[in-house]
Design a protein around this ligand. Structure first.
Ligand code: UDP
Length: 385
């Protein structure tokens, strides 16, 4: 029986965990099964990242029901539960805040310890399912890897035990450090059309996918108005749901905004590095932009990554309110191009810290079914005999 199971399910999971998976594959100190939840399944939202980042293919792939969030979550829970009936791991590891992490409910039902990478991040925007999911899994976890001290403090404020949370730095720094050369040379992955656009002129990049932005016509309209304000060429790799919502709401982007399907990681990072700035509501893209030295306009009411504002790499644009002018946001982002900041996300050793700790916990029998007296919160004033 393998020591741990690792369940991932969406594009940024593969990217962020790529070094963790490679380190785990290259050690005999711990054994693991890599399980793909099936949340993302198309070639350009999944397979391309395994290939480009040399990530081992999953040992197990769930066949989950497609459809709305409830169908996906319930199917992930059911598949996880059934898988654990036959596979008695010491612990099961999740990353992030998506429908996939709700599989942790099934792990809890089996009384198996849960590990959460990317724990204790909070946007304090309770509209977001991601905020509810990350709060839930953090409060079920026996080990949380928090990227920064400030995130750990957020967990402590909610009563999670100090013993549960370990600060590691953000593994996205590791991925960028290790793959920077590949990003520089990734122009040959780009379509001819994009190469033509970027070879003659400066350009901007855009990504938009969050539910609170795309399922609300007014918010998406605010974003389209903002992007339409620029005369610079914009490359906009657009997720499929966003594409269909733009069509459904009959919103029009100007002809200097070039929409394409989502692209691979190396070419995306090539564009992000070379662009003047990026419009994005993605958590990972604003981190990556900050690390690469590219300014961003963050298309969100609130963020779980306030550090990008602290170091002044990002400008906030709140799509949930009606704006009567847009140019000042573009001007601010453009002016950040002439400034430098120190990226606040860590030293590039997060993946190895996480793997070392997993090995340590696994070898020292720290992952155990919960027994009487175990509790991940301070209950000294609550427990009655
Ligand atoms: N990304 C990519 N191709 C694209 C758009 C984004 O490879 O066309 C990468 C991007 O560099 C980042 C991740 O996908 O690493 C972000 O994914 P997403 O915005 O879907 O998720 P979030 O970070 O908001 O969870």
């Amino acid at each position: 029986m393998k020591d741990v199971g690792i369940i991932l399910g969406i594009r940024p999971d593969v990217i962020r965990a790529s070094k963790i998976l490679n380190l785990l594959s290259n050690t005999s100190d711990i054994s693991f099964d890599f399980i793909w939840s099936g949340q993302h399944y198309s070639e350009n939202m999944k397979d391309v990242f395994f290939e480009q980042l040399n990530v081992p293919k999953p040992d197990v792939e769930f066949e989950i029901e497609k459809g709305n969030d409830a169908q996906i979550v319930s199917s992930v829970i059911k598949n996880t539960y059934n898988h654990l009936e036959k596979n008695k791991y010491k612990a099961v590891v999740f990353l992030g805040d998506t429908n996939t992490v709700m599989g942790s409910i099934a792990v809890a039902q089996h009384n198996i310890p849960i590990v959460h990478i990317e724990g204790c991040m909070r946007s304090y925007d309770w509209r977001m399912p991601e905020e509810k999911y990350r709060t839930t899994i953090d409060h079920l976890s026996d080990r949380i890897y928090a990227y920064l001290d400030s995130y750990k403090q957020q967990g402590l404020n909610e009563g999670i035990s100090d013993k549960v949370i370990k600060v590691t730095g953000n593994p996205i720094v590791d991925i960028i450090n290790e793959n920077n050369n590949l990003f520089q040379n990734a122009e040959n992955y780009l379509s001819e059309e994009i190469v033509k656009i970027i070879s003659n002129e400066s350009f901007l990049l855009a990504t938009v996918h969050r539910r609170e932005n795309i399922l609300d016509r007014n918010s998406l309209n605010q974003i389209v108005n903002l992007i339409n304000q620029t005369e610079t060429q914009v490359i906009f790799p657009m997720g499929y749901t966003t594409q269909s919502k733009i069509e459904e709401y009959n919103l029009k982007l100007n002809s200097n905004v070039h929409v394409c399907d989502p692209i691979g990681y190396l070419e995306f990072m090539h564009l992000l590095d070379r662009s003047n700035y990026v419009f994005s509501d993605s958590g990972t893209v604003v981190e990556e932009a900050c690390i690469l030295g590219t300014p961003s306009i963050q298309l969100r009411f609130s963020t779980e990554r306030p550090e990008v504002y602290d170091v002044k790499s990002s400008v906030k644009f709140d799509p949930s309110i009606e704006h009567n002018e847009y140019q000042s946001f573009l001007n601010k982002a453009q002016s950040l191009m002439d400034t430098k900041w120190k990226q606040p996300f860590g030293d590039g050793n997060a993946s190895s810290k996480i793997v070392e700790d997993l090995i340590h916990l696994s070898q020292n029998d720290a992952f155990k079914k919960h027994k009487p007296g175990d509790y991940p919160f301070d209950i000294s004033n609550s427990f009655k005999e």
